[in-house]
Design a protein around this ligand. Structure first.
Ligand code: HEC
Ligand code: HEC
Length: 214
């Protein structure tokens, strides 16, 4: 075998090696892929998914897979996170865009759901008794115990950090979130947030949500 043919052979073998590596990667189960992809989320959401208030990144540990997928797709499509003044959304948007395939979105969403739920204590003042009456409206979609309802695409809100609930309710009220014409669920949620007349009402309903155990 002349040196030229050897080189061609070597190149061919190297190519085979690559394809085989590619194949075995394809066989890697989604859980492993999800964990790998999740590495890109760790700087803000933490390795246990419990979030980081400093950067406004919510606690996503144990969040329902369908909702994670839904929101990642919204961020990727610019349906969420591009609105004027959405500082936190602007942080999250490019991260979702770094997920280049729908398979990766699904894999990471699945991984997030497998992370054990982490609960943080209440950090904001509020009157849960006053909030209970306000919650009557919310229960229709999010459930009596705030467990969420996938049929309505209403996420679980029980066990979610109070500061994040307050931030999002403010965003829905002002139209920073949920005003995009393509955001069907956000547009459902917006008028609901607007039933909360002021900051006190927001704090109180959030304090009540803090008492729920889905
Ligand atoms: C640079 C910091 C940063 C990184 C990295 C990041 N996120 Fe986020 N993420 C945020 C912030 C900030 C928000 C809150 C956005 C808001 O307030 O609307 C958020 C929101 C979310 C939400 C919406 C939660 C909800 O309750 O609606 C999901 C889901 C999410 N991130 C998943 C991920 C995943 C999965 C990754 C990795 C692929 C990731 N994030 C990487 C900062 C980040
Ligand atoms: C008509 C059904 C409906 C009602 C009633 C409703 N919501 Fe929602 N809510 C939704 C849907 C759907 C979403 C998901 C929006 C999205 O995909 O961005 C949502 C999202 C939210 C979020 C954001 C959660 C997150 O993880 O980012 C909060 C907080 C919330 N709702 C609180 C409330 C409160 C408090 C009330 C009562 C005042 C309420 N909702 C009433 C349907 C509803």
């Amino acid at each position: 075998m002349g040196p030229q043919r050897l080189a061609v052979c070597a190149a061919f073998l190297a190519f085979c090696g690559f394809t085989l590596a590619g194949c075995s990667m394809g066989k890697t189960d989604a859980a492993t892929r999800g964990r790998d992809v999740f590495e890109t989320c760790v700087p803000c959401h933490n390795s246990d998914g419990s979030g980081n208030r400093e950067v406004g990144a919510p606690n996503i540990a144990g969040m329902n897979e369908w909702y994670v997928e839904e929101e990642l797709d919204k961020f990727r499509a610019g349906v969420r996170g591009l609105q004027f003044n959405d500082m936190e959304g602007m942080r999250m948007g490019p991260m979702a865009l770094s997920l280049t395939s729908e398979d990766d979105v699904k894999a990471v969403a699945h991984y997030v759901e497998t992370l054990p739920v982490v609960r943080h204590a209440a950090s904001l003042p509020g009157d849960p008794k006053a909030g209970e009456a306000l919650y009557a409206t919310c229960g229709a979609c999010h459930g009596d115990q705030g467990a969420g309802n996938p049929d309505l695409k209403a996420p679980r809100i029980a066990g979610v950090d109070d500061w994040y609930l307050v931030t999002e309710l403010r965003k829905f009220r002002s139209g920073v979130r949920g005003a995009n014409p393509k955001d069907m669920q956000g547009r459902l949620m917006r008028p609901m947030a607007r039933t909360l007349a002021n900051e006190d009402a927001i704090r109180n309903v959030v304090a009540y949500i803090g008492t729920l155990k889905p």
